[in-house]
Design a protein around this ligand. Structure first.
Ligand code: AMP
Length: 193
């Protein structure tokens, strides 16, 4: 399984990725998590990413592409993976394809969690109220920019992956376990995408 989990901010990518990892022992790479850790550790990467993330803008492609390529390079070829929050631009998607092709790997599917915008706003607001889940970028202004970045820069990727016939849309509204059933079907190739 070499999966991309795709969806707007708050669509539940992290939650579903965790469940797939628990069941199938995949390697999970969230570029957002790597960047947040880099900021906490005050590394060069963190310093370069911080301003973009605080504004809710995308971090430059070159930085995130390097994170993903280094992580995949270190993986044994048999090991499956989930990319969560990457790719987010067409350029990132092209780079990923080229890189995987060099490694004689490819993506098995792109699972898109479909959630209406009103629901996303509610979920992020809830996350912002729960100390445990709260993220620095879950405030109103930043969330607005993150949605905008999603719509303008990331949404076109659906068309790209649909053309490659590896896009699988899953209804992302409902209980976590019901959504996971559909995600699991897509991940195991039981859904015709
Ligand atoms: P996430 O945790 O996936 O919502 O990502 C949080 C923030 O990290 C985003 O708003 C971006 O600023 C940055 N980020 C994460 N992944 C990427 C990516 N693939 N491309 C550009 N920026 C990213």
């Amino acid at each position: 399984m070499r999966i991309v989990l795709f969806g707007a901010p708050g669509a539940g990518k992290g939650t579903q990725a965790k469940l797939l990892v628990e069941e199938f022992g995949l390697f999970h790479l969230s570029t957002g998590d790597v960047l947040r850790q880099a900021i906490e550790d005050r590394t060069e990467l963190g310093l370069q990413a911080q301003g973009f993330m605080n504004r809710g803008d995308l971090v430059p492609d070159s930085l995130v592409i390097a994170i993903v390529e280094n992580a995949i390079l270190g993986l044994e070829s048999q090991k499956g993976f989930i990319l969560d929050g990457f790719p987010r631009t067409l350029n990132q998607a092209h780079e990923l394809d080229g890189f995987l092709a060099q490694q004689k790997r490819n993506l098995s599917c792109v699972i898109s969690l479909e959630v209406a915008e009103e629901e996303l706003v509610k979920r992020i607001a809830m996350r912002g109220n729960e100390a445990q889940l709260r993220r620095a970028d879950d405030n109103v202004e930043t969330v607005r920019s993150r949605f905008k970045a999603f719509e303008t820069q990331t949404l076109p990727l659906k068309h790209y992956y649909a053309q490659k016939k590896i896009l699988c849309e899953v209804d992302g509204i409902g209980s976590v376990s019901v959504i996971y059933k559909a995600v699991r079907m897509a991940a195991t190739g039981q859904t015709i995408c």
